[in-house]
Design a protein around this ligand. Structure first.
Ligand SMILES: *[C@@H]1O[C@H](CO)[C@@H](O)[C@H](O)[C@H]1NC(C)=O
Ligand SMILES: *[C@@H]1O[C@H](CO)[C@@H](O)[C@H](O)[C@H]1NC(C)=O
Ligand SMILES: *[C@@H]1O[C@H](CO)[C@@H](O)[C@H](O)[C@H]1NC(C)=O
Length: 122
């Protein structure tokens, strides 16, 4: 099972044609109608940054792996940070269109659910 997860994780990361939702300036009170579009070559992850103070968000591709508590190559996750301009929620995830929902509770939970579902079938 562990090896299978590693293979699956690597296959997510090594895809050349990752697609992500890409929104320059979104408003949290308006549903996101964006579609998932091609990232440039070398993109590894999708990210979503929510400005909880202003009620806005951006979504984009990222050519880095997810980080968690300063450790790179981490699993998909969301982290709250508070800056001088307000509270931000940053989510990072692997896989096409994974940064879809602005209010997703936990990408990690979704990823683990998906993985266990696949693992169950295999
Ligand atoms: C978001 O949309 C709502 C409803 O249309 C509007 O009242 C609000 O000012 C918008 N917020 C921003 C930051 O544009
Ligand atoms: C992303 O993670 C993979 C697997 O751990 C690693 O091989 C790759 O070098 C990492 N890429 C970057 C840009 O950190
Ligand atoms: C981040 O903060 C928001 C608002 O306080 C909260 O709803 C959300 O659950 C938090 N998310 C994480 C991953 O801590």
């Amino acid at each position: 099972m562990f090896i299978f997860l590693m293979v699956l994780a690597i296959s997510f990361m090594s895809t050349d044609s990752l697609t992500c939702h890409q929104v320059g300036a979104g408003n949290l009170s308006i549903a996101d109608s964006s579609t998932s579009t091609d990232c440039g070559v070398g993109s590894l992850t999708c990210v979503k940054v929510v400005d909880l103070t202003r009620g806005t968000y951006t979504k984009q591709c990222q050519s880095l792996n997810c980080t968690l508590n300063g450790v790179s190559n981490a699993v998909a996750n969301c982290a709250n940070t508070s800056t001088v301009t307000g509270n931000m929620l940053t989510c990072c995830c692997y896989g096409d269109g994974c940064n879809s929902a602005p209010h997703s509770a936990s990408y990690l939970a979704i990823l683990l659910t998906a993985l266990s579902a696949i693992g169950f079938i295999v």
